[in-house]
Design a protein around this ligand. Structure first.
Ligand SMILES: NC(=O)c1ccc[n+]([C@@H]2O[C@H](COP(=O)([O-])OP(=O)(O)OC[C@H]3O[C@@H](n4cnc5c(N)ncnc54)[C@H](OP(=O)(O)O)[C@@H]3O)[C@@H](O)[C@H]2O)c1
Length: 383
């Protein structure tokens, strides 16, 4: 490849699944300079990262971590907690910030990074689900790029760049594997354990998104993300069941042509391409595809899909509530406090019973996110 200008990179959520895969690409790669990151609550992971990378600024999750890191790595500027994420996002050097945080914690760092003029590589879909219109306005106002890393959105972004005239497009589709429990009927979901739901058939991902894949909330969030990223009406965003996770997205043209984006189920493909953008790099060709199954989404089996379409169409604060209820419910499920099926019932109850706010501000979004989660924890944990 022709040499490119060295690009400054920031990674939030560096110790998670997307974060570590990003670091793996950066390792020994002279095209990139890792300026800042946020580390994990897991000190073993952090030490492994710091044995290879020497960032200028790094954020830790908890106060009890900071003194030992400060004394061992005095040349790094150490920052802490939620404010630390914002300080990394605001750091004075321009560059590309990969947001690989999980959940609503990703929103405000995206906002601050855009305001600081950084381009965003967005894995954290919750950012757009909660505040799509606000983020899009900020991106335009500050003249930065918002590059999708989520595999289906990355695939759509690649496909849509091949279509010269948007008027020729009839609709788009994203695919869903169905997650770890796809072989079970709704009745069988009653006895599902945490271990069952965490066994994703095709992808190695963090625990929250793996549970979200089993409930199909992940696809629900992605439908809303696709609407914000590409501006298609919800009626024109289709979801398909696809066992093999090889076809990530489809663009249907009005003349009957279907453009499919097919690649290995490997998140390093979108991450690498986003890191290098606008330089184009090839991914490995895939061979030996013996079977590709594409089926219509089963909205009876996966009720979180139709709820996501409704929530997305109504908009306002409802997508934040759908997301907040899900985050709290998944957390409770992972702590063995509720059953798998209760995740759905919590999301339905809070989404349908809360008042909407039509054009929420960032303050509204942050407040409602906290209130919904607190109400759920109060109810289930008596907190
Ligand atoms: N994994 C995938 O293949 C994949 C694919 C497409 C999209 N995504 C999206 O990418 C995002 C990240 O997913 P993931 O699977 O990489 O998640 P993950 O493995 O759980 O990693 C998330 C990272 O964020 C950190 N984090 C979470 N909340 C934080 C907070 N409040 N302050 C500081 N750090 C915090 C976690 O720290 P700890 O280490 O301390 O827990 C962890 O290192 C999600 O939005 C997901 O939907 C992921």
């Amino acid at each position: 490849m022709a040499s490119i200008e060295v690009k400054n990179i920031y990674i939030l959520g560096a110790g998670g699944s997307i974060g570590l895969q990003t670091l793996d690409i950066l390792k020994h790669n002279k095209d990139f300079n890792l300026v800042g990151l946020s580390l994990s609550s897991n000190d073993h992971i952090n030490e492994a990262i710091l044995s290879v990378f020497k960032p200028e600024i790094a954020s830790l999750r908890y106060e009890n971590q900071i003194s030992k890191y400060q004394s061992k790595y005095p040349d790094i500027k150490w920052v802490l907690g939620d404010e630390g994420l914002l300080e990394v996002a605001r750091y004075h050097k321009p560059g590309l910030l990969i947001n690989a945080l999980s959940g609503s914690s990703g929103l405000m760092p995206t906002v601050e990074a855009i305001k600081a003029g950084k381009d965003i590589g967005l894995a954290n879909k919750e950012t757009l689900v909660m505040a799509g219109p606000i983020i899009k306005d900020l991106v335009i106002k500050h003249g930065v790029m918002l590059l999708p890393i989520d595999s289906e959105h990355f695939a759509l972004w690649e496909l849509l760049r091949q279509v010269e005239n948007r008027d020729n497009i009839k609709k788009i589709a994203i695919t869903a594997s169905g997650g770890a429990l796809r072989h079970l009927s709704r009745r069988d979901l009653v006895n599902v354990t945490k271990e069952d739901a965490l066994k994703h058939p095709n992808w190695e991902m963090g625990p929250k998104i793996t549970i979200d894949s089993a409930t199909m909330v992940n696809k629900g969030l992605e439908i809303i993300e696709a609407n914000h990223l590409f501006g298609f009406d919800y009626y024109d965003i289709e979801t398909l069941l696809h066992d093999e996770s090889l076809v990530h997205a489809i663009v249907y043209l009005k003349d009957g042509t279907k453009l499919m984006n097919i690649s290995k189920n490997d998140m390093k493909i979108p991450i690498r391409k986003v890191l290098y953008f606008p330089y184009q790099i090839e991914d490995e060709p895939i061979t030996n595809i013996s079977k590709l199954t594409l089926k219509p989404m089963d909205e009876i089996r996966y009720p979180m899909i139709s709820l996501a379409y409704e929530v997305g169409k109504i908009g306002g604060i409802l997508p934040t509530i759908y997301n907040a209820a899900n985050e709290a419910a998944v957390d409770l499920f992972l702590k063995d406090k509720i059953t798998f099926k209760e995740i759905e019932s919590i999301i339905i109850r809070y989404t349908l019973s809360s008042d909407n706010i039509k054009n929420p501000t960032l303050e509204d979004i942050i407040r409602v996110d906290k209130e919904i989660k607190q109400a759920i924890y109060n109810y289930y944990l008596g907190e």
